[in-house]
Design a protein around this ligand. Structure first.
Ligand SMILES: *[C@@H]1O[C@H](CO)[C@@H](O)[C@H](O)[C@H]1NC(C)=O
Ligand SMILES: *[C@@H]1O[C@H](CO)[C@@H](O)[C@H](O)[C@H]1NC(C)=O
Length: 583
């Protein structure tokens, strides 16, 4: 089988660096037969108007206004190294062209072939002679590819396709005799498009849980192909891709333990003509154990007023990953609360503290290791004093002069120490500080009726809500009677029978005295046979004195606190003589 070697094939050209002239050759082969036509084109950048300079074998060859030169019939001396220089740009890379006088040639591309590009090799006979039994050899070995025609096509070249190629075939010579012919050897070097990728962790040091991590898939693109875009695919533990894109980086914003594993990346061209994998990279995300656990208290100092909010915040200085926090009250076996959170600080709130919340607290934190405990913090719940109750050690709220009255003041609730202040009407009597449960007491020595009046007490434990006042208690003082005096009206020791006479009894002091009259040492009530005088209050009225009314009178004033405590004052004896009228 054969194919005319005069057919032109459309092949990719090489891309050139900027500012450099680009020299292309048509047909695109390193070797042409003698008398064949070839065209050199100098382009990109091409500025019309200037002259294109041409070099052959390192020497100035020609200068043309056009950017192309066609050699209609190549001769031996057209072999050589060609370069061109378009106006205003640098000389091109060279093209090595060989003009052959052989019967059979192997045509290989004049341009650099990159991985993934098609590679075409043509085995051609002189002047389009039919070649049969074509075989291709690489590095001296028959590569056992028997193409339908004279073209060997490698759809996507690999660097392993690099080597020394030649071909052989049978061809009719000038004598019209079939002869076996062998081509010259052509070296082909397939250029690496990009280097094998290497996956690395950017930055230095250990990868710590919670921190960001970036994996970079490094590869070096051939500078001649710098306009090619490469696709990166990232894999973890050889599973489905975890990331695809043109970025060389794969970001893990917050590394977790579960991100540990074996990663690799793959770099490929958009057309997938070339794909290369990195070797595996082990990522080991480290967890830092919890330490430096502390318990913070709000309000500061741990003194909270009953009913107010108490905040216990547990924090760790270091420790990564989700942390399990728990709060404990010393002496209680169960945790008050246990919570896991992706945070180094967590808060436990007691919305309204009460007395039972008083005590020592600590918290514990753990991220998988044995829990670490914080130092203990004392919490004092301050209870405002309740209005105190005032009690007095007397029955019926009565006392008498000389008594010592005990006054107690006690709030049923309130944090100690409590200061109790005692008051009588507007006057302060004194104060007592009580440092534990129990009343404050004051001994009041009753000295006079002045001590009568309203008593109250106040309780104060220094808290913002101020002191609390008891209900008033009214104490009455009974002054014992004394200094009873008996007087008569009319004055004088004699009185006419039939006249009126009034006796009165008065006391020097004494609360609400009652009066009793004695006539000749006998209770007046007991006296009989006479029209009796009338006793009203401290008065004894005689509407009409009779003879029998004469005698000794005495009054007794009395008052009492109780049937057991009776006070009496006796007046002097007043002798009354009644003078008869019948004389
Ligand atoms: C308590 O009583 C003492 C006298 O016994 C007095 O000096 C002091 O000021 C009182 N304190 C208060 C808070 O009333
Ligand atoms: C005794 O008291 C009564 C009533 O107050 C009075 O009417 C009478 O005149 C008085 N008698 C004398 C002797 O003062």
């Amino acid at each position: 089988s054969s194919l005319s070697c005069s057919l032109s094939l459309s092949l990719p050209g090489s891309s050139a660096a900027a500012e450099k002239s680009t020299l292309t050759l048509d047909p695109p082969w390193r070797t042409v037969f003698r008398w064949e036509r070839f065209t050199l084109t100098c382009s990109r950048p091409y500025t019309p108007g200037g002259s294109t300079l041409w070099h052959r074998n390192g020497k100035a060859w020609r200068s043309t206004l056009k950017n192309r030169i066609t050699i209609e019939e190549a001769e031996m001396n057209d072999s050589g190294s060609y370069k061109c220089q378009a106006p205003g740009s640098h000389p091109s890379d060279p093209i090595e062209l060989t003009v052959s006088y052989d019967w059979l040639i192997l045509q290989v591309p004049y341009y650099a072939v990159f991985e993934g590009d098609p590679l075409l090799l043509r085995c051609c006979g002189w002047q389009g002679d039919t070649v049969s039994n074509i075989r291709f050899y690489k590095d001296g070995k028959d590569i056992r590819l028997y193409p339908e025609n004279s073209v060997l096509t490698i759809k996507q070249a690999r660097t392993s396709d690099s080597g020394k190629y030649h071909c052989s075939g049978r061809i009719k010579n000038t004598m019209n005799i079939m002869a076996a012919e062998t081509s010259h050897v052509a070296s082909i070097s397939v250029q690496e498009l990009f280097s094998s990728p290497v996956l690395k962790i950017t930055g230095s040091g250990d990868v710590i849980e919670g921190n960001p991590v970036t994996l970079r898939c490094f590869t070096q693109l051939n500078p001649q192909k710098s306009d090619i875009q490469l696709l990166r695919v990232f894999y973890k533990d050889s599973m489905a891709p975890i990331g695809t894109g043109i970025s060389p980086d794969y970001h893990i914003p917050v590394a977790g333990l579960e991100d540990s594993g074996f990663y690799h990346c793959e770099v490929k061209t958009m057309t997938l003509s070339v794909q290369k994998q990195s070797s595996k990279l082990k990522l080991d995300v480290k967890r830092i154990p919890v330490s430096g656990v502390s318990l913070g208290v709000q309000p500061q100092g741990g003194r909270v007023t009953e009913g107010e909010q108490l905040v216990l915040s547990c924090s760790v200085e270091v420790g990564t990953g989700p942390i399990t926090f728990s709060w404990h009250q010393k002496g209680s076996r169960q945790a008050l609360r246990t919570e896991t959170q992706h945070s180094q600080r967590m808060v436990y709130e007691i919305p309204a503290a009460n007395e039972t919340d008083m005590g020592e607290y600590y918290c514990m934190a753990s991220n998988g290791n044995p829990p670490v405990s914080s130092p203990g913090v004392k919490i004092v719940v301050m209870v405002p004093v309740s209005p105190p109750l005032l009690t007095i050690s007397v029955a019926d709220a009565w006392a008498t002069v000389g008594d010592v009255v005990e006054i107690w003041c006690e709030s049923s609730r309130g944090s100690a120490p409590i200061l109790y202040r005692f008051h009588h009407e507007g006057d302060a009597l004194g104060n007592r500080t009580v440092s534990s449960r129990g009343p404050g007491s004051l001994a009041l020595k009753v000295t006079s009726e002045q001590d009568t009046g309203t008593y109250f007490c106040e309780a104060d434990n220094g808290m913002a809500h101020g002191s609390q006042r008891s209900a008033p208690f009214r104490l009455s003082v009974l002054v014992p009677v004394s200094g009873a005096t008996i007087t008569a009206d009319p004055t004088g020791l004699e009185v006419m029978a039939g006249e009126s006479m009034n006796l009165s009894c008065s006391v020097e002091s004494g609360t609400a005295p009652l009066f009793k009259w004695l006539h000749n040492s006998e209770d007046l009530a007991a006296a009989s046979g006479l029209s009796p005088p009338t006793a009203v209050g401290n008065m004894l009225y005689f509407r009409s004195v009779q003879l029998g009314h004469g005698g000794n009178y005495q009054c007794i004033a009395s008052n009492q606190l109780s049937p057991q405590q009776v006070f009496q004052a006796h007046s002097k004896i007043l002798a009354i003589a009644v003078i008869g009228t019948h004389r």
